[in-house]
Ligand binder design. Structure first.
Ligand code: HEC
Length: 113
């Protein structure tokens, strides 16, 4: 006979598993929905003060690498959207949502040749 507490625990862990699965599915869907065109528009509003956003520009802030260069960097290819957060430790207002970061990363990726 299965003790009720054991049964309860396995039902709980099953539920946790399903929850984790659906969270993963939602993340995967968000990654699939990343939109380079939306990312380009966002970048022109939020990043262009410092970074060259399109291939033909020069960065207004010489310390900020042009996105065309970022696109080809090993770090960006390894980290993608995460790099956007990591590289701006001194910008307190730099708060991208996950979707915005994914869109901009998709746009930067599209610049890679
Ligand atoms: C106020 C200026 C400024 C703004 C605005 C800004 N950045 Fe930056 N960004 C920098 C500087 C300066 C660096 C270089 C920092 C470093 O290398 O440590 C940098 C680095 C980066 C890097 C890393 C490049 C690499 O290859 O190491 C990425 C990616 C990046 N920015 C993306 C963005 C995106 C996307 C936006 C807009 C959503 C943005 N930045 C807005 C100044 C800015």
């Amino acid at each position: 006979m299965v003790r009720p507490s054991v049964l309860y625990a396995s039902v709980l862990s099953g539920a946790a598993f399903i929850l984790a699965l659906s969270a993963f599915a939602a993340l995967a869907a968000a990654a699939l929905a990343a939109d380079a065109e939306r990312g380009a528009q966002f970048a022109r509003r939020a990043c262009l003060v410092c970074h060259a956003v399109s291939a033909r520009q020069v960065s207004p802030d010489p310390n900020a690498p042009p996105f065309g260069v970022v696109a080809g960097s090993r770090q960006f290819r390894a980290q993608g959207a995460r790099l956007l957060w990591e590289k701006h430790p001194r910008m307190p207002n730099f708060a991208l949502t996950g979707d915005e970061a994914a869109d901009v990363a998709a746009y930067i990726k599209s610049l890679a040749k």
